[in-house]
Design a protein around this ligand. Sequence first.
Ligand code: ATP
Length: 201
Amino acid sequence: MSNYVVGLTGGIGSGKTAASDFLASLGIDIVDADVVAREVVEPGSPCLTAIAEHFGERVIDAQGQLNRRALRDIVFNDNRAKEWLNQLLHPAIRARLLAQLQQADSPYVVLVAPLLLENQLQRYCNRVLVIDVPEALQLERTMQRDNSEQQQVEAIMASQLTREQRLQRADDIVHNDADLTHLQQQLTALDKRYRQLAKGS
Ligand code: ATP
């Protein structure tokens, strides 16, 4: 079991996946908050059953999966519905995240979450690692990856912490404004450091 948790965050398209894939290749276990958020509403899960009972079958698709768009449309203009959903999902996600962190058996474990700081997940972390990119590059890479419109990406960026707010909360910063080799070099150095810190914890 690994007790040392590194929280890895950054804005949309900053390179969290590129960074965590590389750390995984060094033998580090990764817990991904987005994956966990999907797992808690898988068919047959208590959360999905509760959601179907509360909102009706319109939020379940033909395959028995959560119809995210239908649910989003319902909660978009309904704060009570949104609050109900958050109170159901947040504790379930937190419990599953913590269980996965505890099951990790690499020298340290990385918790990847786009909204790590927004959702106060740093309280479960020994250190916060921020992947930093200039906004223009963040926009460019995300639009290219998702084939999405500038406005759409800017709206997501506006819903997240600003670059400065994120950097203020970082213990460590990786600059992802050059090629992948540059990113990986910084991570290799940090990996050594985290292994040392984890040994002493
Ligand atoms: P999201 O928050 O949307 O999940 P993310 O932070 O995980 O995004 P990535 O998907 O890792 O970001 O990176 C965004 C895009 O930029 C991807 O297409 C990725 O391949 C590319 N990318 C990441 N780092 C670099 C780099 N150093 N050089 C070139 N392209 C990069």
